[in-house]
Each structure stands twice: as structure tokens, then as C-alpha cells.
Write a protein that binds this ligand. Sequence first.
Ligand code: ACO
Ligand SMILES: O=CC(=O)O
Ligand code: MG
Length: 354
Amino acid sequence: MRSPKDFFRPLAVGAPAPVREVPFRPSRMIHFFDPGNEKMAAKIPAIAPTVDVLLGNLEDAVAADRKEAARSGLVNIAKTTDFGDTQLWTRVNSLDSPWALDDLITLVTEIGDKLDVIMVPKVEGAEDIHYVDRLLAQLEAKARIERPILVHAILETATGVANVEEIAGASPRMQGISLGPADLAASRRMKTTRVGGGHPGYLVREDPNPESAAGEARATFQQDLWHYTIARMVDACAAHGILPYYGPFGDIRDTVACEDQFRNAFLLGCVGAWSLHPVQIEIAKRVFSPAPADVAWARKVIAAMGDGTGAVMIDGKMQDDATYKQCQVVAQLADALAARDPELADAYAAAEKE
Ligand SMILES: CC(=O)SCCNC(=O)CCNC(=O)[C@H](O)C(C)(C)COP(=O)(O)OP(=O)(O)OC[C@H]1O[C@@H](n2cnc3c(N)ncnc32)[C@H](O)[C@@H]1OP(=O)(O)O
Ligand SMILES: O=CC(=O)O
Ligand SMILES: [Mg+2]
């Protein structure tokens, strides 16, 4: 293990200095597209201003015989598109695949100055991050990249979940972690066949009422298959100063359940989710932006709390140092999002006047 004193040292001569704090840039939706799919690629210039992050996906969902087309498609799109202040990310192939090395070499040397974050799938432990960390430093030095490319891990194997804390803290490049419920379900041998979301069979049933006739219907309550993993991931990320995300929701037509899944993740601490289809962009934008009424309330508490210590009563609710801190989380997120999203800024300003 490296000495803590060396943690922020570049891993190659000529590589840029690692960041000391992960920049908080709005990333409510990480919009996936296949850069080798001409129809999808043609839509990217129009989609760019409507999303926080565009992600050129090279891994799963890109057929084996289309991997090279996807890689070169991404190089071309990055070189010819004006993304404005929308971030450009990529998801490279998994480290045990025949494509990962060429993905990293090509993308960093050709478009490393355009890429903000590289998402690494199926991360199992700190060793996977260390491998990517050193390789990126070498490639950044070679390509004379001036700011470090950050790394995002997908939590989608049982081993990865067991090691999530060490993954989160493996490198100053670590920007965040996404839940990958589809691969994780397979890795854990769960008996589902879905990409995220719930399952009607995973439930609790109310106790029988001794006064009712035998066989009388008893209410059931569907449970969240992902609560445990999201909560672990959020804690690991918060402890290491990086950002947690819900991943994909594969039932594109079920926009209601998608919104519920995203909102559970938001309330538990996630800052965004993946959008796989244009219809999911607005859902993520709505869910991962705090509601104007909540922001107005947070600002009211902050104003009433002065230096943030002591206790006051507002509308019948006790406020103290801990609610003040919660309100700061909401207000700071609102400020960061409003700076990027003028419509949201207007909605926040209007709610404060009410
Ligand atoms: C478990 C995981 O790893 S999840 C991450 C990997 N998976 C992905 O990245 C999937 C990305 N999304 C997709 O491939 C597609 O959205 C699919 C296959 C799910 C559905 O695609 P379609 O059947 O074409 O959907 P649909 O007909 O509703 O699409 C409407 C239009 O939106 C376009 N579109 C669909 N998805 C996207 C997208 N992600 N980005 C941009 N445009 C898109 C389609 O090309 C289509 O264009 P058209 O109107 O010019 O024909
Ligand atoms: O890559 C994502 C997943 O759910 O698997
Ligand atoms: Mg996966």
C-alpha cells in the first residue's frame, strides 16, 4: 500500500496532479448512448444541452462485433461536437475483456482532453482501480493532458459490494460509484430477470387476524430489493467524499416505477441515475432536483438558525444543529443545480417568495 503522504502524487512523470476534492458538478442524469449506432449518434448534438452528462457506452449493450465501431464513433463525436458545459463520460469494457486496454489507450490519447470521467464496469476491489489509475497517469502524460480524468466504478458484483469501502477510497481519481443492479443480480444468483426495480414476489405479508375467518385475504407490501446495496454504497461514497448514483432502470415504458426507484435513491443520498432512453431524462431531472417547496423550507430554517446552533421551533417543528445541516445539504444542491438550470433557478426563486 502507498504511504498516505504519496496519495496525491501523480503516478507517472508528466501526469497532471490528482484532484484533492471531487468537483461537485450536476450529474442528475448520466445519459447512455451507443456511439456506433448512427441513429443514436445523430441525436447527440440535440440531446447534449438537455442533460448533465452524456456517456458514450462501449460495454454491455454494444455487440461484440460493434465494439470497434462504438470506440471510433465516440472519438469522432467527441472531436466534432460542441458539448457546452455538459460533461462527456465513457463506459469502457470490463478489465477482463479483450477490448478494455485498447479502449483506454485510444480514448485517452485521442480525446483525453474532452473526457471528464471514465466509468469502469464490474470493479471487484481496489486493485482494479489501481490498475486503471496507473495506466491513466501514463496515458495522460503521453497525451499531455492537463487535468486528470476521473474514474467512476460500477458496483455490480458480489465481491465488489463486499469491498465497496476500499473501492471508494482507492484513488484520488475516484469520482463516484453507480449501482449496477442487472449484473449484480446475476453475480449474486438472485432469481430476477430485470434491470433494476422491484419484484412482486419480494414482499412481506401482514399477520393473520385471529378474529377473521380462515383464508381471509391479508395485505402484502412489496419490498425494495436494492435498499441494502444502495445504503452501503451511499455510506462508502460519503465516507470518502465521492458521489453515489443509482444505475439503470430497464423497463423503459414503466415511467412511474422508474420515477419511484430514482426517488428512493435520491432520498437515500444518490445524486443521479442513468438514463437509457430519452424518456428517462426528464424523470431524472425532476427527481434529482430538490422540490422548490423543500428548498424554500431549507432556506427558511437556515435563516432562522443564525449560526446553526441551538434550537428553535418553526411551524411546530423543532430545528437544531442537525436539521440545519440537512437543510444546508438541500440548499447547496439547489444552488449548484440552479447555476446550471435557469428554469429551476426561477422555480426556486418563486417558491421562496410564496
Ligand atoms: C444493464 C446495463 O448495462 S444498462 C446500460 C447499457 N444499455 C444501454 O446503454 C441502452 C441504451 N438504450 C438503447 O439502446 C435504446 O434506448 C433501447 C434499445 C432500450 C430502445 O431503443 P428503441 O427500440 O430504438 O427505442 P424507441 O423506438 O423508443 O426510440 C425512439 C427514438 O429514440 C432514439 N433513442 C433510443 N435510445 C436512445 C438513447 N439512449 N440516446 C439517444 N437516442 C435514443 C432511437 O434511436 C429512436 O430514434 P428514431 O425516433 O429516430 O427512430
Ligand atoms: O451495468 C449495469 C448493470 O445493471 O449491470
Ligand atoms: Mg452491468
